[in-house]
Design a protein around this ligand. Structure first.
Ligand code: ACM
Length: 554
C-alpha cells in the first residue's frame, strides 16, 4: 500500500466519530419499558470510571445519585463521586442531574442527553430524574461481560409514563417473605419504573403486621399449624407450624427504602371477609364467637369456612383502631381495605347480624357489606386518606372518592368508570402472575395459564370507553398471590419476565407496542438478570416448556 493511501485511511479512521469497537450494536440498545423517543447519535461513547462525577443541582437528587453510585459499585466495581453542579459547571466526564424550574408538559417527564463528554439528565421533578437514571442504567454496557469500563452510547431520550398508577402486588399471607426479599422486590419495581407496591398484609392464612393494640393478631394470627400439600384440594397437610410477621420498625424501614425509590407502599388490611387470622386471635369478632377458629391451612376457602367479621360496634372499634395504627405507620394517601369474596351465608345465619341489619334499616346482607365498606371508607377519609378496594366494593352505592381495583375481569372497572370512580385494572385473566407462564412448569402453580404475550398485549383502557371515561383509568397492576410460591426464587420466577411486559404496558405509549421488538429487548434484559442473579422463566415463545433453573419448594 502506498504511503498516501495509508495516510488517507488514517485520516478516514480519525474522522469516523465512533470507535466501532466500543459502540454497542444497535441490537444491544434495549430499553424496557420502551421510551417515548430514543435517538442514537454519532460520537464516541461516554466512558465511566472512578474519575467520573455525578453532579446534582439540588440536594433532593441525592436519592437518585446514591442509587446510581451503589449500582455502579455493585455491578461494575466503580467508585463514583457525587458533588454539587454549581461548583463544577464546566466539568467534563460528568453525569449531570439537573432539576429545571420550568414544569414539563407530562408528569415525571425527563430528558437524557449523552455525549462523549457529559451525560445530562433534566427533569422538573426529582422523580423524573430517578426514571431517567433508570433508563441510563439500561444504556450502560451490560454488567458482567468482563469490560472494566462501562460505556454509554451517544443518545437523546425524551420520556414520560402513560399511566400515573403503575403497581405490583405481593401476597405475604399465604407465604411470608422476609424484609431482605421485600427490598429486592421493591428494587425490581424501581428498575421497571413502577411507583406503587401493594402489600397484601392480612388474609385467612396469616396476619403479617404488628399492631400494638392487638398483640394476639401476631402472637396467634400470624401462625398456622400446617400447610396443604399440592394443588388445592391437596394431597395432605405438612403439619409444620408456619408463619411470621413484620414489626412496625421493619415496616418503617421498608417504607423508607421504597420512598427512596419513589415507590409508595399501599398496605392492604382485608375486611369483612378473608379474616380468619383475625378470628383465630379474637373470636369475639366473628359471627360464631364460640367457634374454635384457626388460621387457615388450606387454599381456596371462600364460601366454605366462616372467615367473616360480625358487624358489631366492637368490630368497628377494632377495625378503626387497627387502621389508625396502620395509617400512622404508612404515609400512603391510599389504604386498601380488601372487600372481596365475603360470603353472605354467615351473616344470614347469625341472629346478631340480622338484628344489626334491621336496626340500621339495611335491605339485606349485600347492603350490610356496602354499609361496612362505606363506614370504614368515611373513617379513613376522617384521617385524610382514601380507600382502595377490590371490585366487590361497587356492589351497592360506593362513596365517590373510593378507588376500585377491577380483578374479576374488566366489568367492575368499566362499571367503576361509568359511576365516576378512579379505577385500577388488574383483571385476573391478564395480570395474575401466580398463573403458569409456560404450558409445562417444573413446579406447582395455580391451574391457569398466562403467557408473556397475553400480559404484553393487555391494554388497561377498554375499547368501549370514551376518551373522557378513559381518564378514570388511573392505571393497572399485576398481582402475585402466593399459595404456590413459598420462596423468593419461585417468586422471581413467576415475576420475570412478565414484570417487563407489565412495565411496558403501563409506561410506554400504547401505539409503540411491538411484541417482536419487545422480545429482542428482553433477550438483552435477561443478560442483566443473569448479572443480578435473578431467577426467571427463559422460554420466550408461546406454549414452550420453561428452561428455568431448578426451583425449590412449591
Ligand atoms: C382476589 O383475587 N380475590 C382479589
Amino acid at each position: 500500500m502506498k504511503f498516501s493511501a495509508i495516510l488517507l485511511l488514517l485520516a478516514l479512521s480519525l474522522s469516523v466519530p465512533c470507535r466501532s469497537q466500543s459502540l454497542p450494536q444497535p441490537a444491544a440498545v434495549a430499553i424496557i419499558p420502551q421510551p417515548v423517543e430514543l435517538k442514537l447519535k454519532n460520537g464516541l461513547n461516554f466512558q465511566l470510571s472512578n474519575n467520573t462525577l455525578i453532579l446534582i443541582s439540588d440536594p433532593e437528587l441525592t436519592k437518585s445519585a446514591d442509587f446510581l453510585a451503589d449500582y455502579l459499585l455493585r455491578y461494575y466495581h466503580i467508585h463514583i463521586g457525587i458533588a454539587r453542579y454549581t461548583h463544577n459547571e464546566n466539568r467534563k466526564n460528568a453525569i449531570r442531574f439537573l432539576r429545571t424550574a420550568s414544569v414539563a408538559p407530562h408528569h415525571d417527564q425527563y430528558r437524557l442527553s449523552v455525549t462523549s463528554d457529559v451525560v445530562e439528565l433534566t427533569a422538573s421533578s426529582d422523580k423524573g430524574i430517578f426514571y431517567g437514571m433508570q433508563t441510563m442504567l439500561q444504556l450502560l454496557t451490560l454488567p458482567g461481560n468482563g469490560q472494566i469500563r462501562p460505556e454509554i452510547p451517544c443518545a437523546e431520550v425524551l420520556d414520560y409514563p402513560r399511566f400515573d398508577y403503575r403497581g405490583m402486588h405481593l401476597d405475604v399471607s399465604r407465604h411470608f417473605f422476609g424484609t431482605t426479599f421485600i427490598k429486592r422486590y421493591i428494587d425490581y419495581l424501581a428498575f421497571h419504573k413502577l411507583n406503587y407496591f401493594h402489600w397484601h398484609l392480612t388474609d385467612d392464612h396469616g396476619w403479617r403486621i404488628e399492631i400494638k393494640k392487638y398483640p394476639e393478631l401476631t402472637r396467634i394470627g400470624a401462625w398456622r399449624k400446617g400447610t396443604i400439600i399440592g394443588l388445592y384440594p391437596g394431597v395432605g397437610n405438612d403439619g409444620k407450624r408456619y408463619g411470621g410477621y413484620y414489626t412496625q420498625d421493619e415496616i418503617k424501614d421498608i417504607i423508607n427504602y421504597a420512598s427512596d425509590r419513589y415507590i409508595t407502599v399501599i398496605p392492604e388490611i382485608e375486611m369483612p371477609g378473608h379474616s380468619l387470622s383475625v378470628l383465630a386471635a379474637y373470636p369475639d369478632l366473628g359471627t360464631e364467637p364460640d367457634k374454635k377458629y384457626e388460621v387457615a391451612q388450606t387454599w381456596g376457602i371462600f364460601n366454605k369456612f366462616n372467615n367473616v367479621l360480625q358487624p358489631t360496634e366492637k368490630t368497628f372499634r377494632f377495625l378503626e383502631n387497627v387502621l389508625t395504627e396502620v395509617m400512622d405507620l404508612f404515609p400512603s394517601p391510599y389504604i386498601h381495605i380488601g372487600g372481596d369474596e365475603c360470603s353472605r351465608i354467615w351473616w344470614k345465619r347469625s341472629p346478631v347480624s340480622q338484628q344489626i341489619i334491621r336496626e340500621k334499616g339495611l335491605k339485606d346482607e349485600n347492603d350490610l357489606q356496602n354499609y361496612m365498606i362505606n363506614r370504614i371508607g368515611k373513617f379513613v377519609n376522617s384521617k385524610g386518606k382514601t380507600i382502595i378496594g377490590w371490585d366487590e366494593i361497587l356492589e351497592g352505592s360506593l362513596q365517590a372518592d373510593a378507588v376500585v381495583m377491577s380483578w374479576r375481569g374488566e366489568k367492575g372497572g368499566i362499571y367503576g368508570v361509568k359511576t365516576k370512580h378512579r379505577v385500577i385494572m388488574t383483571p385476573e385473566n391478564f395480570l395474575y402472575f401466580n398463573h403458569a407462564q409456560s404450558v409445562k412448569e417444573d413446579s406447582l402453580t395455580a391451574a391457569k395459564y398466562l403467557p408473556l404475550s397475553s400480559v404484553y398485549n393487555y391494554d388497561p383502557v377498554p375499547n368501549s370507553l370514551s376518551p373522557a371515561e378513559a381518564g378514570y383509568i388511573w392505571g393497572a397492576q399485576a398481582n402475585l398471590w402466593t399459595e404456590y410460591i413459598s420462596n423468593p426464587s419461585k417468586a422471581e420466577y413467576m415475576l420475570f419476565p412478565r414484570l417487563d411486559a407489565l412495565s411496558e404496558l403501563l409506561w410506554s405509549p400504547g401505539k409503540k407496542r411491538n411484541y417482536d421488538d419487545f422480545l429482542r429487548r428482553l433477550r438483552v434484559q435477561m443478560k442483566r438478570y443473569d448479572a443480578w442473579g435473578v431467577n426467571y422463566n427463559s422460554s420466550l415463545g408461546p406454549g414452550q416448556k420453561n428452561e428455568s433453573k431448578a426451583l425449590v419448594g412449591h
